[in-house]
Write a protein that binds this ligand. Structure first.
Ligand code: KIV
Length: 278
């Protein structure tokens, strides 16, 4: 196994021109598969609210839910940098609460860093958390926790004013001490400009090819979610139909008695009929 990666390794990758790979995971089994494949960073995203827990958005996700899944993922990860996503209202209220909750991701769940959504307006929180000794990843562009304020789940930064605001947010996050920034759903030209402006790595999702790294929701890229596939997602395999086919075959074989077969059964030497004699 390669040595465990550090936050410093991630920052150095940008300077060396090495692209950074990142995926989500929410449990130990998936995290182990992702880590073994050599992915550099694993995010326990609050997307788990929709992907695993059946919520309509990320808003209801709680600290307890995030910590529960981060602990599971920690047990499956040996090499990648592990980032825990701070849920809605866990960092907005006060700097004190933001530091306390960010600290829980490290102390109680073994994360290496936290991620939080927001640009310039969140920089005081980012600075406070970083000064407390906790690495922070920023997240700008389409920020799902505040999607309603942004007019829904749509591409951000298309006009000059909002593009300028995002560029400034990236600069401010770097100045506040963030070690990297997720750029979600912004035009490729803008993410290229941001990537060339800041010295910390940019990690894109729906932000084109010029970012220093890319992140996707793993369940999206392996085709496990059929309801909606965002246009920026590439599905490397379509698992949902395969899983459905396997489950249907199992059901049929249970119903018609073909499962379990001899090779799935245990045997013993004892003649059981002797046990039935009175
Ligand atoms: O919650 C999440 O999975 C995320 C990624 C999509 C960046 O924030």
């Amino acid at each position: 196994m390669d040595k465990k990666l550090t936050i410093q390794d991630i920052v150095t990758m940008k300077k060396a021109g090495n692209r950074i790979s990142m995926l989500t995971a929410y449990d130990a089994a998936f995290a182990g598969l992702v880590d073994n494949a050599g992915i550099d960073m694993i995010l326990v995203g609050d997307s788990l609210g929709m992907v695993l827990l059946g919520y309509d958005s990320t808003i209801p996700v709680t600290m307890d839910e995030m910590l529960h899944h981060c602990r599971a993922v920690r047990r499956g990860v040996k090499r990648a940098v592990l980032v825990g996503d701070m849920p809605f209202m866990s960092y907005q209220v006060s700097e004190g609460e933001a530091i306390t909750n960010a600290g829980r991701f490290l102390k109680e769940a073994g994360c290496d860093a936290v991620k939080l959504e927001g640009g310039t307006e969140m920089c005081a929180m980012v600075k406070a958390i970083v000064q407390a000794g906790i690495p922070v990843m920023g997240h700008i562009g389409l920020t799902p926790q505040t999607a309603s304020q942004l007019g829904g789940y749509k591409v951000q930064g298309k006009d000059a004013q909002s593009a300028r605001r995002l560029l400034q947010s990236a600069r401010d996050l770097e100045a506040a001490g963030a070690f990297s920034i997720v750029l979600e759903c912004i035009p490729a030209q803008l993410s290229e400009a941001i990537t060339n402006t800041v010295s910390i790595p940019t990690i894109g999702i729906g932000a084109g090819k010029h970012c220093d790294g890319q992140v996707l929701v793993t369940h999206d890229m392996v085709g496990m979610l059929e309801k909606f596939v965002p246009s920026f997602v590439k599905q490397y395999v379509k698992l949902a139909p395969q899983i459905k086919e396997a489950v249907a075959a199992y059901k049929d074989e249970v119903k018609n008695g073909r499962f379990p077969a001899e090779e799935h059964s245990f045997n013993m030497q004892l003649d059981v009929s002797t046990l039935l004699q009175k």
